[in-house]
Design a protein around this ligand. Structure first.
Ligand code: UD1
Length: 389
C-alpha cells in the first residue's frame, strides 16, 4: 500500500509523528510519502517540530503559505492534484481539521483515491469555526474514519456514516505527548525563563491564543488580555505568541499588556532581575517547539488556551485548563479531564481561574485509548485493509 500523508500545520506534525514511526516498522507492506502543504512555514511553526519529533523531511513541500480560506484551500488543491496524479497512491491520509486537511481530502476523493481521516468525528456544532467546516467536509468524503473518543463515534453514526468505516483507535496527540515526555523533561525552558530555582519551580500559568474569534475581534482580545493581566498579579503568565496573534496585538495597539521577553538571552534563573522582570506581567515569548512547550505546560499551575489539542494534553498531564471558548469539539476533556469553558468574558475568565486553581485533578484516569498506542492500532487497521485487498 502506498500512502500519502498530508501535513500542513503544527498540530498535524504532532499527530503524524507516531504514525510515521509505526509505519516504519512495516516498510515492506506499507510505504508512505509525506507531503507538507506549507500552511505553516516559519521555522518556529514548522522546522522546529520536524526536528523535535524526528519527523523525516517531507518528500514534497508545496510551499503554499498564508491566504484567505478560499485562497489557501484552493492553492493546496491545485498543487496537490498534480502530485497525487503523479504519485498514484492507494490511500491519502489527512489529519485533524485544518485547511490542509480538507484540501487534501477533497483533492484525493475527486481523483477516486480512498481517504483516511485521522481524528474524525469531532464536532463543536459551531459552524462559525473554520475547523468545523473542515471536519464536516472531510468526514463526509472519507473512506476510513479514525476516531479518538466514543463521542466522535456517536457523532459519525448520527450523521449516517456506516459503522464499518469507523475505527476507534485512540489519540495520536497523546501518543506524542507520552513518547517525548523524557526528552521534554530535559528542556531548559524553565531555567531560561527564570522560573526554576535551585530546587523549586515558581508558580506560573501558560497562555496560548490564535483563534480568529478571539484574536481578530478587538473587543474579545481586549477582554481576554485584561482578564489575564488581572490573573498575572497572582502568578507570572508565559505567553508563547502565535504570529497571527502578534500581528493583531500590534494592529490594535495592545502591546502595553505584554512584556516581550527575549528568552534566549535570559541567564539561568538565579538572576534576580530576571525573576523580578517576569512577575506580574503577561510575559510574551516566541512560539516554542514541542519539547519546550510540553515541559512548560507540564509544570504549570494553570493553562489558558483557545486550542483544542492543548486541552487533551492538559487532561493527561492533570494540569487545570481554561478554554477561552464557548464550546468545544472535545467534550471529553471536560467530562473526563481538566478542561473548563469560560469563553472570552473578562469576569468568567477570572472566576474560572480562581475555581480551577482550587481543584486537584490527581485522581483522574486517562480517557479510553489515550494510552500512547493509537499509532499501533491504526497500522494494524491499515495492514488488515492491505491484506483484504
Ligand atoms: C491553523 C488552523 C487551526 C490550528 C492552527 C494551529 C485552519 C483554518 N486553522 O490556524 O485549526 O489550530 O493552525 O496552530 O487551518 N502565520 C505566520 N507564519 C506561519 C503560519 C502562519 O506568520 O508559519 C500567520 C499568517 O499571518 C497567517 C496567520 O498566521 O495568515 C494564520 O495562519 P493559518 O495557518 O491560516 O491559521 P492558524 O491561525 O495558524
Amino acid at each position: 500500500m502506498k500512502i500519502i500523508i498530508i501535513v500542513g500545520a503544527r498540530p498535524n506534525f504532532v499527530k503524524a509523528a507516531p504514525i510515521v514511526r509505526a509505519l516504519n516498522k512495516y516498510r515492506n507492506q506499507l510505504k508512505y510519502l509525506i507531503v507538507h502543504t506549507g500552511q505553516h512555514y516559519d521555522d518556529e511553526m514548522s522546522k522546529v517540530f520536524f526536528e523535535d519529533l524526528s519527523l523525516p523531511t517531507p518528500d514534497i513541500h508545496l510551499g503554499i503559505g498564508s491566504g484567505s480560506h478560499a485562497e489557501q484551500t484552493a492553492m493546496i488543491m491545485i498543487e496537490l492534484e498534480k502530485k497525487i496524479l503523479k504519485m498514484k497512491p492507494d490511500l491519502v491520509m489527512v489529519l485533524g481539521d485544518i485547511n490542509s486537511t480538507m484540501a487534501g481530502a477533497v483533492s484525493a476523493a475527486k481523483l477516486c483515491i480512498p481517504v483516511a481521516h485521522v481524528e474524525a468525528g469531532l464536532r463543536s456544532f459551531d459552524r462559525n469555526m473554520p475547523e468545523e467546516i473542515n471536519r464536516i467536509v472531510t468526514d463526509s468524503i472519507s473512506d476510513y474514519l479514525f476516531t479518538t473518543c466514543e463521542e466522535a463515534n456517536i457523532n459519525l453514526l448520527k450523521e449516517g456514516h456506516p459503522k464499518n468505516r469507523i475505527y476507534f483507535v485512540g489519540n495520536f496527540m497523546i501518543d506524542t505527548l507520552l513518547a517525548i515526555r523524557k526528552k521534554a523533561m530535559s528542556s531548559k525552558i524553565l531555567s531560561k525563563l527564570g522560573l526554576k530555582g535551585n530546587r523549586s519551580v515558581k508558580p506560573y500559568g501558560v497562555l496560548t491564543l490564535h483563534r480568529p474569534s478571539n484574536v481578530d475581534d478587538k473587543k474579545a482580545l481586549r477582554n481576554i488580555l485584561e482578564a489575564i493581566k488581572f490573573i498575572s498579579k497572582e502568578m507570572s503568565i508565559i505567553f508563547p505568541i502565535h504570529p497571527r496573534t502578534k500581528k493583531q496585538i500590534d494592529k490594535y495597539e495592545f502591546r502595553h499588556f505584554l512584556n516581550y521577553v527575549p528568552y534566549e538571552e535570559l541567564s539561568n534563573s538565579e538572576n534576580s532581575s530576571t525573576q523580578k522582570e517576569l512577575s506580574n506581567r503577561i510575559n510574551c515569548i516566541n512560539p516554542l517547539g514541542i519539547l519546550d512547550f510540553s515541559n512548560l505546560i507540564s509544570n504549570a499551575k494553570l493553562v489558558l488556551t483557545d486550542s483544542g489539542g492543548i486541552t487533551e494534553e492538559t487532561t493527561i498531564l492533570k494540569v487545570p485548563c481554561l478554554s477561552l471558548r464557548d464550546n468545544t469539539e472535545r467534550e471529553i476533556t471536560i467530562k473526563e479531564g481538566t478542561n473548563m469553558l469560560v469563553g472570552n468574558n473578562k469576569q468568567r475568565i477570572i472566576d474560572g481561574a480562581l475555581k480551577q486553581l482550587q481543584k486537584d485533578y490527581k485522581e483522574l484516569t486517562a480517557p479510553k485509548y489515550w494510552d500512547g498506542k493509537a499509532a499501533e492500532r491504526i497500522v494494524k487497521v491499515l495492514l488488515k485493509i492491505e491484506n483484504e485487498k
